[in-house]
Design a protein around this ligand. Structure first.
Ligand SMILES: [Zn+2]
Length: 87
């Protein structure tokens, strides 16, 4: 696997990583029904959907591109890291 960029939030300075938020995703779960009537969820698969935004895991700050638009693609994300990483 290739080396990964270290994420440092420009807002809260945390290095706890960042998250991809997706919408319109179809989630399919293996389930079992307990005798008490409660459904238990096992393995899940996610299909379809599109990226809504990337955000800091710590403070939830949304990553913005140089124009101030919400980043919702891998190319823009790559640009963001190149802009926010020294050397
Ligand atoms: Zn943050």
């Amino acid at each position: 696997m290739a080396d990964t960029y270290d994420f440092k939030c420009p807002t809260c300075k945390a290095r706890g990583g960042f998250e991809e938020v997706m919408v319109n995703v179809v989630v399919t779960s293996e389930v079992t029904l307990g005798m008490d009537g409660i459904v238990h969820y096992d393995d899940q698969t996610n299909e379809h959907g599109s990226i809504e935004q990337y955000q800091c895991s710590a403070c939830g700050e949304t990553l913005l591109d140089a124009d101030g638009d919400v980043i919702d693609g891998h190319d823009e994300l790559f640009e963001w890291f190149k802009r926010h990483t020294d050397g």
